[in-house]
Design a protein around this ligand. Structure first.
Ligand SMILES: Cc1cc2nc3c(=O)[nH]c(=O)nc-3n(C[C@H](O)[C@H](O)[C@H](O)COP(=O)(O)OP(=O)(O)OC[C@H]3O[C@@H](n4cnc5c(N)ncnc54)[C@H](O)[C@@H]3O)c2cc1C
Length: 389
């Protein structure tokens, strides 16, 4: 089974007609690479028999990080929707690599938007070209959704900041070369770019997880971690705003990732429904199975349109926090429903086939990570109520 769906091919055609052929050529070439190099290794990443480092690096070498960044920093200067679409394909090929790459790229977007020209020149090219792996460290053991109550501090001493505290559930931790860290200064939450290794920086062990097992997640601990004052990103006290802005963009991408997971669960279900026979005919002939297929397909396309729509709003420079959250809430919850129905369609084999469980386990993270569904529903309603005033 491959990673292209009929809809995905159609979306590429839309890109082709609406924009330029180069978008669809790029997506085809990345997709072919994923199908050949990422999809086959995916089950072994889940079981821990293969490491994420090599396939992720080879994917970044193919230009997966470059898509939506300006050409002056080595990027391809293409629209955000093209990048989101590439992440959908990657979510189908392997969700763990998609998560790791999505967070890595979110750090690059943060630097592009809020970093100094010197920071951009020094780091951005290396990150998007895959020469340095990046990690985003906001959540703490005692503060997640309520990240404004962070306890990690950054004290200015001479020409340095001294960071103390810890961050929890950090993707790419221990592997990354660069960490975008949020810590409180006298002026409030602030943002820093830390280079590893640093004598004051260490990591907890790799956390055991329900899904996304190919990606690394761990605690990041700062003990008198000294960084030069040039490590401050943007202005002191504005880190909370930067984190929110970075997450708005990342939520569109997470929605795309989840559409990718739902798509592979659907493709497997469709193939199984045609092959499995009961009462003298393929189960795809039964109306109640057909209802599931119809609902799964409709919802997957709805998720795809929502992330595409949010991407376009972002590209056009409008306020997109609500649209990004709508796409994420819908697509993450939809992919869980799709993965659950996939298990149901496979019957007893669904309950006993690890290959199907993996998609549900991977999807399960993303109604929690990068903004829980509860918190994002609050955000959507707040923004929409304010818009209607
Ligand atoms: C595998 C994994 C990878 C992750 N990667 C990263 C990473 O790279 N970087 C990073 O910074 N973080 C990362 N996270 C952290 C993730 O973003 C947080 O887990 C998430 O934001 C939720 O925070 P929390 O776990 O503290 O839950 P809490 O905020 O404690 O929430 C617990 C429950 O309470 C609900 N809740 C909270 N506030 C409200 C409210 N006001 N109204 C209604 N309900 C509410 C939540 O929706 C949730 O159901 C990762 C987490 C995991 C599991």
């Amino acid at each position: 089974m491959g990673i292209y769906s009929a809809e995905h091919r159609r979306l590429m055609e839309i890109f082709q007609s609406a924009h330029h052929q180069e978008y669809s050529e790029l997506l085809s070439s990345l997709g072919s690479f994923m199908e050949k190099e990422i999809l086959p290794v995916s089950p072994r990443l889940d079981t821990g028999e293969a490491s994420i480092a090599k396939p992720r690096k080879s994917l970044l070498d193919q230009g997966m990080g470059l898509i939506a960044f300006p050409e002056e920093y080595g990027g391809l200067g293409l629209p955000f929707s093209v990048y989101a679409n590439a992440i959908e394909l990657l979510g189908t090929a392997d969700a763990s690599i998609a998560l790791s790459v999505e967070i890595h790229n979110a750090v690059a977007e943060g630097l592009l938007r809020f970093g100094s020209e010197e920071q951009r020149k020094r780091y951005l090219n290396r990150i998007i070209a895959g020469k340095a792996l990046a990690s985003f460290a906001l959540t703490e053991p005692a503060s997640g959704s309520d990240s404004g109550t962070m306890a990690t501090t950054a004290e200015r001493k001479g020409g340095e900041y001294v960071i103390n505290g810890s961050k929890m559930f950090i993707t790419n931790a221990g592997e990354a070369d660069l960490y975008l860290v949020f810590a409180k200064t006298k002026k409030g939450p602030s943002c820093f770019l830390l280079q590893a290794p640093n004598p004051g920086l260490r990591f907890g062990g790799d956390l055991k997880k329900l899904g996304m097992r190919g990606s690394k997640t761990s605690e990041v601990i700062f003990s008198d971690c000294r960084v030069p004052e040039e490590s401050l990103v943007g202005e002191e006290g504005k880190g909370g705003d930067y984190a929110k802005e970075i997450l708005h963009g990342a939520r569109i991408v997470v929605a795309a990732l989840n559409v990718g997971i739902a798509q592979i669960a659907y493709d497997k279900s469709l193939a199984y429904a045609k092959a499995r026979r009961a009462f003298g005919k393929p189960i795809s002939e039964f109306q109640l199975i057909r209802e599931k297929i119809a609902d799964m397909k409709t919802e997957i396309n709805a998720g795809r349109l929502l992330y595409f729509y949010a991407s376009r709003v972002k590209e056009l420079g409008g306020a997109y926090a609500s649209e990004a959250s709508q796409a994420k809430v819908f697509a993450t919850e939809m992919s869980l429903r799709a993965c659950d129905e996939a298990i149901q369609i496979h019957g007893g084999y669904g309950y006993t086939t690890e290959e199907l469980h993996r998609h549900w386990r991977d999807a399960r993270l993303l109604t929690i990570g990068e903004g829980t569904s509860e918190v994002l529903r609050m955000l959507i309603s707040r923004r929409e109520l304010a818009r209607s005033q």
